[in-house]
Design a protein around this ligand. Structure first.
Ligand SMILES: [Zn+2]
Length: 403
């Protein structure tokens, strides 16, 4: 049946009305009429509400679930996201009927169907997730992983205003791996029980449930550093391997400790105070452990790392071999060390270039036999260098992941 002009306009109006209803609710307070109007469109009163404090002192998070498949999330009363659940949930066994909200979008829509109906091109935001921008709203379409072009795999549409953070962590608030790692002194809002929280995090770290961000204070160093009183703020950051949230436990010299769940994007822009030399706060064992470690001295992004260990300097220089990049680890000899002292980073860049040009993967290269990554201690060197440069590479990795 041919679609009449009137019909097309009516369909467009339906989509526009839905977007307006959601946009008006986002950023409004729970008691505002805009939220009541959206709730009415979701069928009236929510059938299930979860209400919990995230972090300490943190914020109050409420999830209002409607039997129609709608969900409204508020943080400290303000609406931060709206979700249309297509896949059944415990509170909405049917899921939403998407074409009541968006003209020409059915519940079994593929990514291409969505793009065609919404007349816009989505951005990659992760496996199974793509983001559309519609009239000032960011809309995430979430599919069963890597099945975006097969019918029946659309799980939900999630809406935020464009000024809200890309990956706000509310979708992971109930992550079973990391949600219970914060130990409070009493009820919600009573403050962080630091010793118990450190114990819970250590247990999770030992079992590989979280990983440590090497640029922050090591978890095992947090209490000695706090006790030393040398840092205004000492922060340990751990990343949950299940949901990707970064858990920040922070002690302050003059204030109560805090525990926050943030996205990696937010974590990477938070400042970290410099950690004072271990001799000033560590016990004998900790000082001994530090003295044997490699330390990053300097680096050129994408080019080389210069590390130091027990007075020796080592250069990790990237070189190309066919389409792939590898790196060589060279212990600087006396004359090279002298040249570095005189000329600084320029000399190291020049040396790295000479290493690359010599083709250090061939026996003819003077660097072939000097490459410590070609020795039986290769793995040990790799691990030590990786640890020494990890905060630099961590940042680069986060930036890549964001793209
Ligand atoms: Zn988690």
């Amino acid at each position: 049946m041919p679609v009449s002009i009137d019909n097309v306009q009516m369909l467009r109006r339906r989509t526009r009305t839905s977007l307006r209803l959601i946009a008006d609710a986002l950023g409004s307070f729970e008691a505002d009429p805009a939220v009541s109007r959206l709730a009415a469109a979701f069928g009236g009163d929510p059938t299930h509400i979860t209400d919990r404090r995230i972090g300490e002192p943190g914020y109050r998070s409420r999830h209002l679930h409607f039997s129609s498949g709608g969900e409204i999330v508020t943080h400290d009363e303000a609406v931060v996201s709206v979700t249309l659940h297509v896949a059944p949930t415990p509170t909405a066994p049917q899921g939403v009927t998407l074409n009541h909200w968006f003209a020409n979008v059915d519940n079994d829509a593929t990514l291409d169907d969505l793009a065609a109906a919404l007349k816009t091109t989505p951005k990659y935001t992760g496996e199974g997730s793509r983001q559309f921008t519609l009239e000032g709203l960011d809309v995430w379409s979430i599919f069963t992983e890597s099945r975006l072009e097969e019918r029946g795999n659309l799980l939900r549409l999630l809406f935020r205003t464009a000024r809200q953070e890309l990956e706000h962590s509310d979708t992971h608030e109930q992550c079973p791996t990391c949600s219970n790692l914060l130990v409070r002194r009493g009820g919600e809002g009573s403050g962080v029980a630091v010793d118990d929280t450190v114990a819970a995090l250590s247990h999770a770290l030992e079992h590989g449930l979280v990983t440590e961000d090497e640029s922050s204070v090591a978890l095992s160093d947090l209490l000695p550093l706090h006790t030393s009183g040398l840092m205004d703020a000492a922060e340990t950051r751990l990343t949950c391997t299940a949901c990707g949230r970064v858990l920040c436990l922070t002690t302050f010299r003059n204030a109560d400790p805090t525990f926050e769940y943030v996205t990696w994007g937010a974590a990477s822009t938070r400042p970290l105070d410099e950690i004072p030399p271990v001799e000033q706060w560590g016990d004998a064992a900790r000082i001994a452990a530090e003295s044997g470690r490699m330390h990053l001295v300097d680096h050129l992004p994408g080019g080389w790392f210069l590390v130091e260990q027990r007075g020796e300097l080592f250069l990790d220089a990237r070189y190309s071999c066919g389409p792939t990049d590898f790196s060589a680890l060279i212990r600087l000899d006396d004359s090279e060390r002298e040249a570095y002292r005189a000329e600084g980073a320029d000399y190291i860049s020049d040396l790295a270039r000479r290493i690359d040009n010599s083709g250090p993967f061939q026996k003819e290269s003077p660097y072939f036999s000097r490459d410590l990554y070609r020795t039986s201690k290769r793995d040990r060197y790799k691990n030590e260098v990786n640890r020494a440069v990890s905060h630099v590479t961590w940042m680069a990795q986060q930036r890549r992941r964001r793209r």
